[in-house]
Write a protein that binds this ligand. Sequence first.
Ligand SMILES: [Fe+2]
Ligand SMILES: [Fe+2]
Length: 135
Amino acid sequence: MAFIDWDKSLSVNVKEIDEQHKNLIGMINDLHTAMSKGKSKEIMGDLLIKMIEYADYHFKTEEELMEKFSYMGLFDHKREHIKFVERVINFNEKYKEGNIFLSVELLNFLKEWLKGHIMGTDKKYSEFFNNNGVY
Ligand SMILES: [Fe+2]
Ligand SMILES: [Fe+2]
């Protein structure tokens, strides 16, 4: 069983965004799998870079849609995205300094943040996007 299973409770009812969320969850599951095999050190560096890049790409997708339809919650939503990227960059810095206890902390942060953000913040735009013809 995967560390995080994507199910309907995580759907924001917009296909492209659901697919991106699944990819992010896949990356977190990969970290979990590597950790359970004692191989987190090997993948951590690449994973952190990939996470920063893919999160940036994903956040841009959401933000561009919000901008396009003048979504009221754009500003606060964007602030959460920025904070996330700052946190992951900070993890990457600690990783480069050789912090070996990072993987558990990172894994838990990614899981809690992503689930919390999708369910608490992303889902707020579902109805708005759907009403604007975005599914
Ligand atoms: Fe999202
Ligand atoms: Fe978001």
